[in-house]
Structures are given as structure tokens and as C-alpha cells.
Write a protein that binds this ligand. Structure first.
Ligand code: URA
Length: 213
């Protein structure tokens, strides 16, 4: 069997395997990775120092065949405790933003650049991002969404390999390896800057249109 994980048929095939409770399979003598396999690897990851302070690895959650993936920065305290992304105050706001698109949380996929919490919620360090990036790249490669929405500057800069301020790039549509990428504010930023919420609503409207296109 000749295929790539970016092939839509493979996406359907992986979904069918998942439905049968199969996490990985062998093709041409090689084990083909699926999201559960990568999640398992991340659970025991010790590629950076955050492994020492984390309570849980926060791999990501949602639909493995989502058309829309949100990428945040890193787990916070509540996420670290629960092992789930965006379950604290910022998460409640993200849920509301998702509702504005006419979707539910379970319709999309939510993950972060870093899978482990930086102490005191400090900014991710470059070495941590470098160590963790393969998990994110694999997630996006396997889910192969129609649109990626980056939340805040870290997700945007990591995926596009740039160093931009979010206020400069918010609302812009970019190409990430053939997938549309829309930059919006991080929900935590919106909690602190509530006058910006209208711009985030505009971005959700844009996402709705992109998903329909
Ligand atoms: N902030 C993030 O960037 N990610 C989370 O999962 C929670 C808060």
C-alpha cells in the first residue's frame, strides 16, 4: 500500500481503524504512527526540563478528523492538573469563541505548542519549543485540518518560523504547509484586554467562512 498521512483517504482509514480500537498498524514492514501512538510517546517524554515539574502531559484533545485545529501556547495550572488543554478561565473563553463559529468543543481539535506546563506560566523557552515541536507537527500532519487557528504569538511564530508580535499579525491568513492558518489573540490576552474581543469575534466569523469555502 502506497500512501502519505496527508492523503484524505488515509485520514478516513485512520478514523476507521480508531473506530475498531486499533492504534497503529504496519505497512511495508514499518509501524505507521497514529495520534494515540504519538500521545503515548509524549506521556513519557523527557526531552526537556519541564518533565521534572509537570503533573501531567497535556497532549491535546478533540476530534482526530477535525477540520479546524486551535493551537495555544502551553498548559497552565489547571490544564497541568487535569491533563487537558484549555480547561481554566482562558478555556471557558475559548469555548465561547468556538460557539461563535457554530461549533462545539468536540468538533474541533485543541492543543498547544508545549505539552507540559512551564513553571509559574512563564513564556516557553526556545529549547523547549524545539524539543516539543515534533509532537505538534505530527498532530497537524495526521489530523490534516482545513484550517489551523493559532492563539497568540507563540503558536504563530513556532509554526511559521518567524518572530512577530501578535498585534501585527492577528487576523492575517497564512499558509502552513498547504493548510490555511489564521492568527488570532490568545484567550488569556483577551481576558486582560477585553476591548479586543470584537476583533476575535471577527476572526471567528472568518473561520466560519473559511470552513465553508
Ligand atoms: N493557555 C494555553 O496556551 N493553553 C492552555 O491549554 C491553557 C492556557
Amino acid at each position: 500500500m502506497n500512501f502519505t498521512v496527508n492523503d484524505l483517504n488515509v485520514k478516513k482509514f485512520l478514523a476507521a481503524l480508531k473506530g475498531m480500537g486499533i492504534d497503529s498498524y504496519v505497512s511495508n514492514g514499518e509501524t505507521v504512527l497514529t495520534l494515540p501512538v504519538i500521545r503515548k510517546a509524549a506521556k513519557t517524554c523527557r526531552k526537556c526540563g519541564l518533565a521534572n515539574s509537570r503533573k501531567n502531559v497535556v497532549f491535546g484533545e478533540g476530534s482526530d478528523t477535525a477540520q479546524l485545529v486551535f493551537v495555544g501556547e502551553a498548559p497552565g495550572e489547571e490544564e497541568d492538573l487535569q491533563g487537558r488543554p484549555f480547561v481554566g478561565r482562558a478555556g471557558k473563553l475559548l469555548d465561547q469563541l468556538i460557539e461563535r463559529i457554530g461549533l462545539r468543543r468536540e468538533d474541533v481539535y485543541i492543543c498547544n505548542v508545549l505539552k507540559c506546563r512551564p513553571p509559574d506560566n512563564r513564556d516557553p523557552e526556545e529549547a523547549e519549543i524545539d524539543a516539543c515541536k515534533p509532537y505538534l507537527i505530527s498532530q497537524l500532519g495526521l489530523i490534516k485540518p482545513k484550517v489551523i487557528c493559532t492563539l497568540g504569538r507563540h503558536a504563530y511564530n513556532t509554526l511559521l518560523g518567524v518572530n512577530e508580535r501578535i498585534t501585527r499579525v492577528r487576523g492575517t491568513l497564512r499558509d502552513y504547509r498547504g493548510t490555511m492558518l489564521l492568527a488570532t489573540y490568545h484567550p488569556s490576552f483577551l481576558l486582560r484586554n477585553q476591548e479586543k474581543i470584537k476583533e476575535a469575534w471577527e476572526d471567528m466569523e472568518r473561520l466560519k467562512q473559511l470552513l465553508r469555502s
